[in-house]
Design a protein around this ligand. Structure first.
Ligand SMILES: C[S@@+](CC[C@H](N)C(=O)[O-])C[C@H]1O[C@@H](n2cnc3c(N)ncnc32)[C@H](O)[C@@H]1O
Length: 282
């Protein structure tokens, strides 16, 4: 059966963008086509095995599993990232950490090598995207989850080994231990209050809670950050720190920043949807 005939036989709702996206991504994944090329392959003859596999994955999708966990991949910033249930699916708002870091690198490190440290790296999406666009960099990535580290290693494997270091450990500890001083520090830590009842049910059910929730009403990692961040930055050159936080945490972050950042130049920045989302120190 041709893909076009199969699509009709499945009674897909072509007015539903999510269904079309899922149909395309699951098929590209099964057939090994680039997602963008599938549209030109509607006359491809499917085998029985491929149709059966599609039906199985489609059922899982209709039962509410995030598409990225079904296809085991997600698109982030400029690149495709492997994911599985042990890592957070990288979010659109996190792309800002990459774009701003690249902008900083453009302005300040055109002629010299830089070190970017990405803490709480998960799939490694931030470091991998940066490295895809910037050659003269050593990326240091760390996470506490061994299973996440495995995914990050897979994602970094496309680069030369000299360009990255991946370590397992608690928050800033691996970076402190390494003795490296970062020019750019990116952190998207877990920041949801453990008591929060409003977490999207699909996220709550499917994504790793280690990646989502943090103690002290979600503030644990910011409190830790302010204690130790000065140990991991190279203050001899321009530096850039960008950290993501929850859309309702602006006041708390601001008050911690005022308490701890003294004469440093810092600001709170909104995301593409006008939610306050990032603490930037430079
Ligand atoms: C919100 S996810 C961010 C993942 C990735 N950086 C991204 O933006 O898609 C937070 C990550 O922090 C990790 N994590 C949780 N507790 C940690 C800790 N104590 N030390 C280091 N990493 C931790 C989780 O395993 C998870 O991968």
């Amino acid at each position: 059966m041709l893909i076009s005939e199969f699509a009709k036989s499945q009674k897909l709702d072509f007015s539903n963008k999510d269904e079309i996206k899922a149909f395309n991504q699951i098929f590209s994944n099964i057939l090994g086509f680039e997602f963008k090329d599938l549209i030109t392959k509607w006359d491809y003859e499917l085998s029985k095995k491929q149709m059966k596999l599609f039906s199985k994955k489609w059922k899982v999708f209709k039962n509410g599993k995030p598409l990225a966990y079904i296809t085991k991949s997600s698109y982030f910033y400029n690149t495709e990232i492997s994911v599985n249930k042990n890592v957070l699916i990288p979010r659109l708002e996190t792309e800002y950490l990459v774009s701003q870091s690249l902008e900083f690198a453009q302005k300040n490190f055109l002629d010299s090598e830089l070190i970017l440290a990405d803490i709480c790296t998960g799939s490694g999406a931030i470091g991998v995207s940066f490295l895809s666009d910037w050659e003269k960099v050593l990326v240091f990535s760390s996470d506490i989850s061994q299973k996440a580290i495995k995914v990050a290693r897979k994602n970094f494997s496309r680069f030369d080994k000299d360009n990255f270091i991946i370590e397992r450990g608690n928050f800033l500890n691996p970076l402190i231990k390494s003795g490296l001083k970062a020019n750019i520090l990116t952190i998207n830590p877990p920041y949801i209050d453990q008591e929060d009842q409003n977490v999207d049910p699909k996220t709550f059910k499917n994504e790793p809670h280690l990646a989502l929730f943090a103690k002290n009403k979600g503030m644990h990692f910011y409190e830790e950050f302010f204690k130790y961040w000065e140990q991991v930055i190279n203050f001899e050159k321009p530096f850039f720190v960008i950290m993501e936080f929850g859309f309702d945490q602006k006041e708390k972050i601001e008050s911690l920043a005022k308490e701890n950042l003294g004469n440093y130049n810092w600001k709170i920045q909104a995301d593409y949807f006008n939610n306050w989302r990032y603490l930037i120190i430079s």
